[in-house]
Ligand binder design. Structure first.
Ligand code: ES4
Ligand code: ZN
Length: 326
């Protein structure tokens, strides 16, 4: 449709994207072959058949084991480069991409290997596609705060390649305050801060309140349960906090797109953005997410333009670079 073409062509920033969530089955096979790793599945269809997610837990149970095909810096480069080319084809002119170093260091791949490979793709995207990209280091919240702090320390020599830090993986029993000290240190080091506040988690609204009032984040990933507390909505608006929503991902991990919540926050004037989360697993890159939300919620071109403007306003581009886009 015309609106779909418009959504894909609209220049936009993507702010909620897990690089490890961009591993398409075809690349998984190629990397497995290159690294001499045997996979249980032999066809793309067999791999896709394992993508039978009903919630976050069933997703993460497929997501982490797949990463073992990533071994050398070249593998991390190839993963990020494949994503950046697809993103550029869907109108992305700037990407701030999460990576999960602990998912690799925890199985013996050095931090330097991971970030060197990803960084090469970032530089290449600027050179060959003319788009900018940044890396956001995510801590895995189901591991200890001590391991997160050690990972932050390991990252400090690479500070120039990392724009901010985030928090992902299983939120249950792993509230934001568990990582208060790690995020305070990251802030003191000059990193921007964001945290996942997943949809309909137990104690969601309390976690959202904590990331705003105690952690002092610059953005919230997902976070749409904030609609439950109008005073927090007002505070988020006053602070200009960005919200990185992921409609297609929501449909998988909660069985609902949460479009009413997304649109209500957008119309309340919050810096709501639309993003793809784990596109290889959920089957939609960022333009596809704009289209899915537009179709589900009956949005028009003006709403999509608002979402795209928000994506630059909620980005961590410098003010002068941001002004190139809006
Ligand atoms: C994630 Cl959908 C989702 N939720 C939490 N952590 C994640 N890491 C990658 N995708
Ligand atoms: Zn996410």
């Amino acid at each position: 449709t015309d609106l779909a073409a418009f959504a894909h062509g609209l220049p936009k920033a993507e702010l909620h994207l897990h690089l490890e969530g961009t591993l398409e089955p075809e690349l998984k096979f190629a990397l497995a072959a290159r690294n001499g790793i045997e996979l249980d599945e032999t066809t793309v269809e067999e791999v896709r058949a394992t993508y039978d997610f009903t919630d976050l837990t069933s997703f993460l149970a497929v997501y982490y084991p797949a990463m073992r095909v990533l071994q050398a810096a070249e593998d991390f480069h190839d993963l990020a480069w494949a994503y950046l080319q697809k993103a550029a084809a869907q109108g992305v002119v700037h990407a701030e991409m999460f990576f999960d170093p602990q998912a690799h260091t925890g199985r013996g791949v050095p931090f330097d290997t991971v970030i060197t490979g990803y960084r090469r793709a970032v530089v290449r995207a600027q050179d060959e596609l003319g788009i900018s990209a940044e890396l956001i280091l995510c801590f895995l919240r189901d591991f200890s705060a001590e391991y997160a702090m050690a990972t932050l320390m390991e990252a400090l020599p690479y500070k120039a390649w990392i724009v901010g830090v985030g928090l992902d993986s299983d939120e249950r029993d792993n509230p934001p305050t568990k990582f208060a000290e790690v995020f305070a240190r990251a802030k003191a080091e000059g990193f921007f801060l964001t945290m996942h506040c997943d949809i309909d988690q137990v104690g969601s609204i309390d976690n959202i309140r904590a990331v705003i009032e105690q952690i002092g984040v610059d953005r919230i990933d997902h976070g749409t349960n904030i609609v439950e507390d109008p005073s927090l909505v007002a505070l988020a608006k006053e602070r200009g906090l960005g919200f990185t929503t992921c409609p297609v991902s929501n449909s998988f991990v909660t069985a609902q797109m949460k479009s009413d919540e997304i649109v209500s926050l957008l119309n309340a004037g919050l810096k709501v953005t639309v993003n793809s989360d784990d596109p290889a697993y959920f089957g939609g890159y960022v333009g596809d997410n704009y289209v899915a939300l537009a179709e589900h919620a009956g949005l028009g071109a003006a709403d999509l333009v608002r979402l795209a403007i928000n994506s630059f306003e909620a980005s961590w581009l410098t003010a002068s670079r941001r002004a190139d886009f809006i």
